[in-house]
Design a protein around this ligand. Sequence first.
Ligand code: BMA
Length: 847
Amino acid sequence: MTFQQPSIVESTFKDWKYREYKTSEWKLSRTDAETTEIHADLLANKEIPDPFMDTNERDVQWIGEKDWEYGNEFFVSANAKPLSVHELVFEGLDTFATVYLNNEEILTTDNMFREYRVDVTKYLNFDGANNLRILFKSALHTARALERKHGKLFCFNGESSRVQVRKAQYHFGWDWGPVLITCGPYKPVKLVSYDSYIKDVYFKVDVNKELKASIDIQSDIFTGSSSSTLEIEVKSPSGSVIQTFSSKVDKSDIFSHKFAVEEPDLWYPLGHGKQSLYEFKISLENQVIVKKVGLRKVELVQESFAEQEGSSFYFKVNNIPIYCAGSNWIPAHSMQTLLVDSDYKQLLQLMIDGHQNMVRIWGGGYYEQDIFYDECDRMGILVWQDFMFACGQYPGYPEYLESVSEEAKHQLKRLRNHCSLAIYAGNNEDYQVAEQFNLEWDPTDNSGDYSKSNFPARTLYETIFPKLVSEFCPEIPYHPGSPWGGNGTADPTVGDLHQWNVWHGSQEKYQEWHKLGGRFISEFGMEALPNRKTFEACITDPDELYPQSESVDHHNKADGFERRLALYVIENIKVQGLDFDSWIYATQLMQAECLGYAYRYWRREWRGDGKRYTGGAIVWQINDCWPVTSWAIVDFYKRPKLAYYSVKRESRPIGLGMFRNEKKHTHEQAKPHSTAGPPHDYSQVDYNVDIWGVNSNTVDQPAVLKVDIYNVTSGKKLESLPDQDVVLKSNSSTEFVSAHPIANDQPIVVYSRFVSKEDGSIIASAGDWPQPLKYLKFPGREVKFEVSNGSIKLSSNKPVKGVEILVERDVFLQDNGFDLFPGDEKVVIAEDLKTTDKVTVRYYQQQ
Ligand code: BMA
């Protein structure tokens, strides 16, 4: 047997050591970690208290003010020695690093989102140890120095110097996140030795109007002096080989191989078809790249309407309009290197279980890790990807633009093979900053170079990014910002909208969501406290476990949160007592009601072709980066809040919506009761309800609509509407009942459901309750429940609001926080539930 010399050898560094720059002893980093950062290492070695516990965050601020050093020692493997090129690849250094190899400075960096590659052949020691040292200068001090040099700029959240540096912006503190200004080799560092090398491969997929696919595999190849063999094999999702190819390549270039796929097995987002993935295997000598790629066409549709102002904003995948129900994503940890693959999988699985088909990666964190996009491809979650800019006036001097352009090129190339990517947006809310601080933003100025204005980053958002997107991944739509479009960022008729006039802004009542919609609501939200167990995990002193304690307050970073939480709870929910559990439940029920309404009302506006007035609603936010009270619907420990379930119920493929119209009597009609103006407005109000259905499937859904009307207090059924045979039109909403009058002299709850024509089972149901809930009375309620392995069955004697199942052990329930109506047996699936589990149930105004 002859020994075959490999043409490429790759090794990733582990066993890092770290120290405070020059002043302390080297210590070993976390065992086996390929990626790390200073807070994680100090924590692992018990040199600091856990920053997530109690108020410890305050005591670890010194870390961000220091310079830190990472070191590694390595030998070049015998296999690699004879190869002609030896490169050190730094996939991500956070952030201001100076790298020394065998005491020679080989690299300085200033952008954590870039990859850096250095040919180190001439610095390597092939016969002994090599010493790698990386000095990380304090990003905080560097940011402040840059601010002194270039001038102070505006921002919301975090300190103003953050906008000067290309580092995850939430490290500087956010309205849901602690200040933890970390540093380190947060992505892998590798030594790659080769004779020939595939530097990059782009599977350029083109699916045309007729849904025929053609693929151009563009391999960026380095061949050195010798020629090499490039081999390609493509397998269909069912595993059959549909393409093989082999060729000698003897010059460094982009090698293109094109072929057509006549009857492609296309990739679809959740709920619209299969997530079929083709397997591509590309090899050059012993380097083998295997990637799973979905074939799809994605479009952003912005077309005018016949009956409304402005234009649509929705996505089409493979010609099918997709209503996007989804969530915003923030980094899932303040020390990102502590995340493992299963964290991503579980969080994204929660989205899938919640029928969510779009995730927006918000611009103040990271371009996410590969596993995130791999899972979105596999699960069918469309990705809205912001460029990493958030809530700031960013600089625009030439070196800065250059650095960001390199970052964008790298990230666009890294992510372009993911079929889940649906849109790039230039930034998060930077145009809102421009509006709020009166920056020079003249939308009619299309010169393309805004670097002399005080809104210089416009050059990035409107000139550089769109150019790079069309160069590197022309198949992905680009949008200059989020929000952006029309007559300013608050225009509800064009582009996307961040609707913060509930909670922030004018603090509207959430019952008003229907007036606050837009073409695509890419942010809106409401806070609630997380689960009690989550507080118990981050607050050590049991005496601090009450709603207003310093520790509980410390774990909420939102401006004015006490007043706003109280406002929305007091306005709507009767709080049973001032104990912690009652407050947690009240805030969670309030958040669930609030977000459920938004999803319900806005999805109604998906009215079919030519009338897709709202194309999606993306809640702020799915997750947290530490244990905190925030807008998240799933907390840091992946415990869903009740709102997760109300959002889930409203996002089901088949759903039922109701709206209670209020019509006040005029003074003339209402005499003698009526007096003018709040708080003495005693005019009478008439109520009527609208009922509609939503269906995101590709086929129409027949059903019977049943409607029962109850008095809330007595729980008595007053009336049933005649059963109605209905058909829920595919991929749209359909109106069934318009303005059916209901009594105005008693509290009425309307319970509606679609039942199957075949077996009478409930396909979708909803209750519409008088608002606000705080005035309602619920005497004489009885809720029965029965626990089996894998499920729990519940029933009630009268209408019940907000039933929460509490399982002592962490068990994932498929539904929670729901209403119960007499005669129904509600079965909640919980795969892991055992009859031995301790289960209790609580509900609104339980006595
Ligand atoms: C937004 C986001 C975040 C912020 C959130 C809550 O608009 O873009 O910056 O955390 O609101 O205030």
